[in-house]
Design a protein around this ligand. Structure first.
Ligand SMILES: Cc1cc2nc3c(=O)[nH]c(=O)nc-3n(C[C@H](O)[C@H](O)[C@H](O)COP(=O)(O)O)c2cc1C
Length: 152
């Protein structure tokens, strides 16, 4: 069974709402046969990244960049996962209060170097999440999970 790894840094109620919306999409009844593994970025191991078939990454924007927690995950997995994980699908959501551009660019630069394939545009949410924001996160989780379910 394919595995979707949701690796996230969730430091606040707003970011928790986004995570829950992503998981609702990833675990939707209409998607069969995908195991969803959820890990805070700081606890996620290299082996869990190697063992997964696709990824949803979630982070707040911090000082114009991704969170240190997600960056630390990339620092640990980059070389161990470089050969094995190229081509795998992923999605990204970023929460911020002013400007998420630098965080999105930073994640996209590293995932591109790893050879991971975006299957949806990054979802960016500013401030208190509204219904549309949560729906976009649910769609993101569902899109990556469905990609794995279909073996794409
Ligand atoms: C040290 C620090 C740096 C931050 N830098 C940015 C930033 O560059 N851009 C941005 O949009 N938000 C920034 N934020 C806001 C966080 O992204 C936000 O606090 C986080 O997504 C959680 O959202 P909440 O505080 O509304 O719950 C920063 C927050 C902190 C604590």
């Amino acid at each position: 069974m394919p595995t979707l790894l949701v690796a996230h840094h969730t430091p606040s109620p707003a970011t928790q709402e986004l995570l829950e919306a992503v998981l609702a999409g990833a675990r939707h009844d209409a998607i069969d046969g995908v195991e969803v593994v959820v890990r805070p970025a700081l606890t996620c191991s290299e082996v869990e990244v190697l063992d997964a078939d696709g990824y949803v990454l979630g982070t707040p924007a911090n000082i114009g960049y991704m969170s240190g927690a997600l960056k630390h995950l990339f620092d640990r997995i980059y070389y161990p996962c470089l050969e094995a994980t190229g081509g795998r699908p992923y999605g990204l959501y970023v929460h911020g209060n002013q400007d998420t551009g630098g965080a999105v660019r930073a994640v996209e630069q590293i995932t591109q170097a790893l050879g991971w394939q975006p299957v949806a545009a990054a979802v960016t949410v500013m401030g208190a999440p509204e219904r549309d924001d949560l729906d976009a996160c649910t769609e993101l989780g569902g899109t990556v999970a469905a990609t794995l379910a279909e073996g794409l």
